[in-house]
Design a binder for this molecule. Structure first.
Ligand code: F6P
Length: 544
């Protein structure tokens, strides 16, 4: 039963507050000294992933209090509501069913009494057939040449997910095909791709849930103009363009045959959509069998999330530990640090997943949230690059930044001793962050007196380490689902709607209003604030 009283006044929250006073004085070295088995006691294995959460400022009591809070707020029931297809996206009156995208064919998930799983598998079959044709050279451009380049045009959830997964799984891709992802309305993004593309062998996948997004439609129109100009026929469009969307009407208006449209549904949020038809370019690259392994990986994590007890549930634990720092230590950001070049786009992908989901300041009852933090700032870069850039601030800055380290036992591209060297850093950094270097140790190194203070590292910096054997479609599916569900857990506790994104609308509306003010012959009356007026006037002068 969910408690009625407001979050920060609930007895469980108050108990955590009190417990925090005690834990804030605690050092990770003490916790490890008190329990020599802590490193394995606070660990959990799910599928391919081993989570070591021992280097966190937590004790068994912390976890018990956090789990009690989650229980009191009815977390298990909230999880069940999502899996059961209830309309938990209340501001848009929609179900939230990315889990249905990876449901097995015999599962039944009802939305308004209708089982959505057959439709999911019907689209997957359509995607498989299409991918096989492109991969085997059986999909021809208008001049009869097979496709050699696939360009996904989309933005946000229609770009970040498939782009991240393509980079991650490139080693499983058909290298005869080049796959590009164009998102930015800055013409350089598209121009750089078109510069090297052969129109006769290029296929565009216009990917947009709404098919009204300014960036995507502008890029798609420019790509269409380039193609028609190069091949001398409007008829080329149907051979070189396919669409991924929920909006058949707009797809038709654009000139793409709906026979070449891959659909999905309003119950798939953009940032949760890379395993829907939004993953079409990815499937073309890695093939349907590998795509199926990705889905299986996600399903494994879904089953775990739905069935494991809260205290042994990986997304729940990661969500609660994150919340512990966010709400009780006031940590404002988290760093996600993959020790994998192939996961280079993972932090960017997570930024949308987490920040668009939980960047909210109104709760489900419409009350302003002004007494607790919600979604953290998410950032990161692959290791070891970040070590030579921003880790200094994590080690010795004044801000608390909990970090997630992600690594693999086997290299994606084995080469000499690269991987052991990479992973030595993966193990060394959390160790340095947790235990630091004491004054005694610094002095023992014979450091000059004037430098002693500067060289001390207090430790205290908390980390999760996620380790798997290898980056594969399945382990990637598990990893992404882990973070999807972690975000769900936090949103549920904060009592916010993690599935809408009204905040991005205002900027879009204002930009639309400004377009004519930039393009008109005469300077119109600019009715903005004095700063925006001056900037627009200067832009007009400079561009002339
Ligand atoms: O502007 C934000 C957003 O609505 C995201 O939520 C979404 O992923 C992205 O734009 C792209 O939307 P669409 O797939 O409809 O083009």
């Amino acid at each position: 039963m969910a408690v009625e009283n407001y979050l920060v006044e609930s007895p469980d929250w108050l108990a955590l507050n009190e417990h925090h006073q005690e834990m804030a004085q605690c050092h990770l070295s003490d916790l490890f000294r008190q329990n020599p088995n802590r490193g394995t006691d606070l660990s959990l294995e799910v599928g391919d992933w081993y989570l070591d959460y021992s280097k966190n400022l937590i004790t068994r009591r912390t976890l018990a209090l956090l789990v009690k809070l989650a229980e009191a707020l009815g977390l298990a029931g909230r999880i069940e509501q999502m899996f059961a297809g209830q309309r938990i996206n209340i501001t848009e009156n929609r179900s939230v069913l990315h889990v249905a995208l990876r449901a097995s064919e015999d599962q039944e998930i009802l939305v308004d009494g209708l089982n959505v799983v057959p439709a999911v598998h019907q689209v997957l079959s359509q995607m498989r057939a299409f991918s096989r044709r492109v991969r085997s050279g059986d999909w021809f451009g208008i001049t009869g040449k097979p496709i050699r380049r696939v360009v996904n045009i989309g933005i946000g959830g229609s770009d970040l997910g498939p782009a991240m997964a393509y980079e991650a799984l490139k080693s499983f891709s058909d290298r005869r095909l080049t796959v590009n992802f164009v998102s930015n309305i800055d013409s350089t993004h598209l121009a750089e791709v078109l510069r090297v593309a052969d129109p006769e062998e290029t296929l565009f996948v216009v990917c947009s849930k709404t098919f009204t997004t300014q960036e995507t439609l502008t890029n798609a129109r420019s790509a269409r103009a380039w193609l028609v100009d190069a091949l001398g026929s409007v008829g080329a469009v149907k051979h070189h363009f396919v669409a991924v969307s929920t909006n058949a009407e707009e797809v038709t208006k654009f000139g793409i045959d709906t026979a070449n449209m891959f659909g999905f549904w309003d119950w798939v949020g953009g940032r949760y959509s890379y395993e829907s038809a939004v993953g079409l370019a990815l499937m073309v690259a890695i093939g349907p069998e590998r795509f199926d392994e990705l889905l299986e990986g996600s399903r494994l994590m879904d089953v775990h999330f739905r069935t494991a007890p809260l205290e042994r549930n990986m997304p729940v634990l990661m969500g609660l530990i994150g919340l512990w720092y966010n709400n009780f230590f006031n940590a404002e950001s988290i760093a996600v640090l993959p020790y994998s070049q192939a996961l280079g786009r993972f932090p960017a992908y997570l930024q949308q997943l987490d920040m668009e989901s939980n960047g909210k300041s109104v709760d489900l009852k419409g009350r302003a949230i002004d007494d607790y933090q919600t979604g953290p700032i998410v950032w990161g870069e692959p290791g070891t690059n970040g070590q030579h850039a921003f880790y200094q601030l994590i080690h010795q800055g004044t801000t608390m930044i909990p970090c997630d380290f992600i690594g693999f036992a086997q290299a994606t591209d084995p080469l000499g001793e690269h991987h052991d060297l990479l992973m030595s850093n993966f193990f060394a950094q959390p160790e340095a962050m947790a235990f630091g270097k004491s004054e005694v140790e610094v002095r023992a190194d014979g450091v000059k007196e004037a430098q002693v203070e500067h060289r001390i590292m207090h430790g205290y910096h908390t980390t999760n380490s996620l380790l798997a054997r290898k980056l594969t479609p399945s382990s990637l599916g598990q990893l992404v689902a882990l973070y999807e569900h972690k975000v769900f857990v936090q949103g549920a506790i904060w009592n916010i709607n993690s599935f809408d994104q009204w905040g991005v609308e205002l900027g879009k509306v204002l930009a639309k209003r400004i377009v004519p003010e930039l393009t008109s012959e005469e300077l119109p009356d600019l009715g903005h604030d004095s700063s925006t007026n001056a900037l627009i006037s200067r832009y007009r002068k400079l561009k002339a």
